[in-house]
Ligand binder design. Sequence first.
Ligand code: PRE
Length: 286
Amino acid sequence: MSQTIAHLGPVGTYTEAAALICQAWLTQNDVSNQYQLKPYPSIALTLEAVARGEVPLAIVPVENSLQGGVTMTMDTLWRLDQLQIHAALVMPIQHALLSHATSLEQIKQVYSHPQALGQCPLWLAENLPQAELIPANSTTEGIQYLSNPTIAAISSQRAAQLYGETVVACPINDHQDNCTRFLLISREAAPGGCFTSLALSLKANQPGSLLQLLQAFADRGINLSRIESRPSKRSMGDYLFFLDMEGDTRDPLAQAALSDLKSNSEMLKVFGSYDLLPDEFVRSVL
Ligand SMILES: O=C(O)C(=O)C[C@]1(C(=O)O)C=C[C@@H](O)C=C1
């Protein structure tokens, strides 16, 4: 059977590279299925395609080591129902500046995804102080404008090769150790694994509400590997909390913590338990 993995397009995005890694992983673990990739114009649209059953799988970026959470992924995961995490992977990210310009001074506009622009602010301020930074839906969207030598795009070297474009500088990310975590999403129940992701809104905005939630994990010796807030979009100062815990929902201690959490939160969404793909595997595909 052939299964489709939705990802942020156009061709050449980092998310497509992550989808290729997942494709290799899934094929290795289930030889009876074949996996094909399908690009979508935005992260939200890839997740919506899974939620309405148009495709069985999607891969989305969720967190970057320099820039933090990918807000469109977090907001869409909260908005849609039934989405479950099947696996995660961490991919190294090295940005390149693509342009037909003959000197950096010639560049007047730089297109890229806001996450990528946010991973290179020091390099951009030092090397392209004159350039206007233009947010795009992906790191490859701006490549279409490169016939104009006053325009540049921040993309990957892989994208430069795919589109036959010139790399003016690489790497341009402010810190060498730049990586992004991606999630493989499906409507099927999560497989189980070492990590569980969840999000919740608080019952009441009062002293100790958050402490009470965290206590559910601390009391049972369960480690949290991430906690991040997002505006609930209901009123100023009202937040959602995204948590990753080390443990599986099938573990009785985790179940007890989640049941405490449920009674203390207004809405709780558990995105399931899953494993992280081994780094060696990720590197072997890249
Ligand atoms: O625009 C892309 O190429 C993407 O795959 C998106 C994305 C992101 O949203 O984080 C993925 C990885 C990098 O951190 C930069 C951009």
